[in-house]
Ligand binder design. Structure first.
Ligand code: NAD
Ligand code: IPM
Ligand code: MN
Length: 355
């Protein structure tokens, strides 16, 4: 029997609630196959700061590097918003991604047939949407120097080196080869020098993928097109901040941000995390949607552990729960047969996974 070592980072807010449901489902799927999981729970974010004075203790990095994969919930909350920047939960997360070297954040946005009515857009606009945001994760304006602030001025710098653009572009093209062979690269090349380099470099990399159709779009137009006609997109290749924003926008095609998973990859160890945050407004109430995290666990099985059949089982169980009309509160007004709590939804999906 194989044992996979998973570093588990629950984090803050709804983080612990949603991770508990993901491990429930992982244990259920393990019971169907010849493997199991050994979880090592470590701290990151506000809870880590409260415990150790550091939002990213060294122990967490070590545990991640000694694992087969990291499953992460979410961090952050008002309690820590006024700490010095480097002590903030968000800084811990950014440092974590950088330390691990996970430069490619894959954020699939799929509209389930069962939820076409759940989007704030018309069913005919969203039905059949299946796109992938490939977001550069450890560069751009999040990390560029100089950055800082004084009383009257604040500054950040958007920087990309050619090498950083080349490597994320390869990810996007390789993913497109497995999908509909279309990449739309999103930038602001009409205004930003960094975007001009981005566009030229993506063009160069595209020459190695003659079967993939490459288009470019300015980010402001892309934000509009995503709402106007999302089905025009297959792979959306973006820098760090544009991808952050566009993927939250894309989540509303599916009906709830509580549905969108992600994989942060590109290094030896990957981080599997929902795209949403710690949702302080609903934390502790048992109403968060655990599906984004459960689907992130499925991505972990697929990308990190090569357990595709197990991942398929989880994906099918999620679809079945939605088809049967089970809904957490975020989706309760749409074709719900039964409104369930976070843990009820986790148990239903775990049951369907095991059966
Ligand atoms: P958020 O994603 O936490 O919440 C936005 C809205 O979506 C809220 O109304 C929330 O209730 C809802 N929501 C989010 N996840 C949900 C789920 N699973 N089920 C149902 N509803 C859900 O974004 P925010 O409110 O802007 O940020 C809150 C905190 O989270 C901040 O501290 C922020 O920095 C942090 N954050 C962390 C991450 C992360 O850990 N990866 C990502 C985004 C934001
Ligand atoms: C995300 C979050 C993070 C980001 C924050 C919390 C640092 O919004 O994972 O999307 O901007 O990358
Ligand atoms: Mn975000």
């Amino acid at each position: 029997m194989k044992t996979y070592k998973i570093a588990l980072i629950k984090g803050d807010g709804i983080g612990p609630e949603i991770i508990d449901e993901a491990t429930k489902v992982l244990d259920a799927v393990a019971s169907c196959f010849d493997f199991d999981f050994k979880y090592e729970e470590v701290l990151m974010g506000g809870c880590a700061y409260d415990e150790t004075g550091d939002p990213l203790p060294q122990e967490t990095i070590t545990a991640a590097l000694n694992s087969d994969a990291v499953l992460f919930g979410a961090i952050g909350g008002e309690k820590w918003d006024n700490l010095p920047r480097e002590k903030r939960p968000e800084s811990g997360l950014l440092r974590f991604r950088k330390e691990l070297g996970v430069y490619a954040n894959l954020r699939p946005a799929v509209v389930y047939d069962e939820l076409v009515n759940a989007s704030s857009l018309k069913p005919e606009v969203v039905s059949g949407v299946d796109l992938m945001v490939v977001r550069e994760l450890i560069g751009g304006i999040y990390f560029g120097e100089p950055k800082g602030r004084d009383e009257n001025k604040g500054w950040n710098t958007m920087v990309y080196t050619k090498d950083e653009i080349v490597r994320i572009a390869h990810n996007a093209f390789n993913i497109a080869m497995e999908r509909s062979k279309r990449v739309c690269s999103i930038d602001k090349a009409n205004v930003l020098d960094v975007s001009q380099l981005w566009r030229e470099t993506v063009e160069e990399v595209a020459k190695e993928y003659p079967d993939v159709e490459l288009t470019h779009m300015y980010v402001d137009n892309a934000a509009m097109q995503l709402i106007r006609d999302p089905k025009q997109f297959d792979v959306m290749l973006t820098g760090n901040i544009f991808g952050d924003i566009l993927s939250d926008e894309a989540s509303m095609l599916s009906g709830s941000i509580g549905l969108l998973p992600s994989a942060s990859v590109g290094a030896k160890i990957g981080v599997y995390e929902p795209i949403h945050g710690s949702a302080p407004d609903i934390a502790g109430q048992g109403i968060a949607n655990p599906i984004a995290t459960i689907s992130s666990a499925s991505m972990m099985l697929r990308y990190a552990l090569g357990e595709n059949e197990a991942a398929d089982r989880i994906d099918a169980a999620v679809k079945r729960a939605l088809k049967e009309g089970y809904r957490t509160q975020d989706l309760a007004q749409y074709d719900a047969k039964e409104v369930c709590s976070t843990s009820e939804m986790g148990s239903i999906i775990a049951n369907y996974t095991a059966k």
